[in-house]
Design a protein around this ligand. Structure first.
Ligand code: ASP
Ligand code: MG
Length: 411
């Protein structure tokens, strides 16, 4: 007998018929003797509809009331799913976030979970019931409804799994697992059988949008094995877990990319203490997130400073930099918002030399110029011109033997 938390996303519960299919799956699992907690999203499109209603109602930001509103989508799904389970002779009960005391901080719209009272859920499970919980929502210490940010039901499921010490947290979605890269860019992308928490975090934060990033952080912190699998097809999906010494690790697990970047460069600023902070201070103060940063000393006692921001923040950052570069007496300043970031991700990098070189060599053969490079223990990222995204991803996918028909080249 296993204790399993299952999460079904919006597309998996998008219609009455689909909710019925989910009920069939859950009931089969319970019949098999497993204890099951199910966390669900709102039916697909519902959260967006609720947000649109609020926009129609008011031009102002009413964060508390927004959470009262958008949390209702999930409440519909838990009731419908529980009815379907009961109709199938499977004992079940639905609960809102408040009812299971999913306690969060009071940051409306992106609250963080602080604690969950698991006694009630345990009592139900021990009584042979399936527990159906509304994803995405919680309450603060004063009982105000909060939500966990878009895609937050993933985090609900992982948090419940951690609180209950579940054997596995299964995220059912509309894809059958995590892929080596986006199949829309590289049709030869392959589903991964397993990937580590660390790698998944890099893949997720680099733009592969399979899971809410916070849910992966949470799973890693509490070591909850996470499995991503399809609601519509049979299969083992992708297991996200700690590194397994028994499994031979691929050198590179995947290639992530990000189309939303823009680059800013200030050339020839005096090479003095405090310069980096003078450049980036105004950007941070304007609440603009900075991604990559590169600084290089040139011979004349000056330094060149380049960083990247989200493309939506480009105009704002550009204006700030024009001001800063004048103040600092920089030689020139330029920007470009037609760039992309491509990253290789793999824990195998730790024990393999030459990955960076193979990457640069591969790009060079395609005549792709690298504008920026940054590395971490398990990732190498390059910034290239936007027009090279597809070519870059495909050639690297091939070079590192990730193609579905490919073989690992000698590295
Ligand atoms: N319904 C929420 C959203 O659309 C939460 C979720 O689906 O995970 O973002
Ligand atoms: Mg989702």
């Amino acid at each position: 007998m296993a204790l399993i938390v299952q999460k079904y996303g919006g597309t998996s519960v998008g219609t009455i018929e689909k909710i019925g299919n989910v009920a069939d799956k859950v009931a089969a699992c319970a019949k098999n003797g497993d204890q099951v907690v199910v966390a669900v999203s709102a039916m697909s499109g519902e959260t967006n509809k609720l947000i649109a209603l609020a926009d129609e109602m008011s031009k102002n930001k009413h964060a508390r009331e927004m959470d009262v509103l958008v949390s209702t989508g999930e409440q519909v799904t838990i009731a419908l799913l529980t009815m379907a389970l009961l109709d199938r002779g499977c004992d079940a009960r639905s609960y809102t976030g408040a009812q299971i005391r999913m306690i969060t901080d009071d940051v409306h719209g992106k609250a963080r979970i602080k604690e969950i009272q698991s006694e009630k859920m345990k009592a139900d499970l021990d009584a042979g019931r399936v527990v159906v919980v509304a994803g995405f929502q919680g309450v603060d210490e004063n009982g105000n409804i909060t939500t966990l940010g878009r895609g937050g039901s993933d985090t609900t499921a992982v948090a419940i799994a951690a609180a209950l010490g579940a054997d596995e947290c299964q995220i059912y979605t509309d894809v059958d697992g995590v892929y080596t890269t986006d199949p829309r860019v590289e049709p030869k992308a392959r589903k991964l059988d397993h990937i580590t928490f660390e790698e998944m975090l890099e893949m997720a934060s680099l733009g592969s949008k399979v899971l809410q990033i916070r849910s992966v952080e949470f799973a890693g912190k509490y070591n909850v094995p996470l499995r991503v699998l399809s609601s519509f097809e049979e299969g083992e999906g992708t297991l996200i877990a700690l590194e397994d010494d028994d499994v031979e690790q691929a050198v590179i697990s995947g290639i992530a990319f990000n189309r939303d970047e823009a680059q800013l460069t200030i050339n020839g600023v005096p090479d003095q203490p405090g310069v980096a902070s003078k450049i980036l201070g105004p950007v941070t103060d304007a609440n603009i997130e900075i991604d990559m940063i590169v600084q290089n000393i040139s011979e004349d006692g000056c330094t060149d400073f380049t960083f990247t921001v989200h493309r939506n923040d480009y105009d704002k950052a550009h204006a700030l930099m024009e001001k800063v570069s004048k103040e600092l007496g920089a030689q020139k300043m330029k920007g470009d918002d037609a760039i992309v970031k491509i990253s290789l991700v793999g824990v195998g990098m730790r024990s393999h030399a030459g990955i960076a070189n193979t990457m640069f060599d591969t790009l060079a053969k395609e005549n792709i110029n690298i504008r920026m490079i940054s590395t971490s223990e398990i990732k190498i990222s390059v910034v290239v011109d936007e027009k090279y995204l597809e070519l870059g991803v495909r050639s690297l996918h091939d070079a590192f033997g990730l193609d579905s028909d490919g073989q690992l080249k000698n590295l």
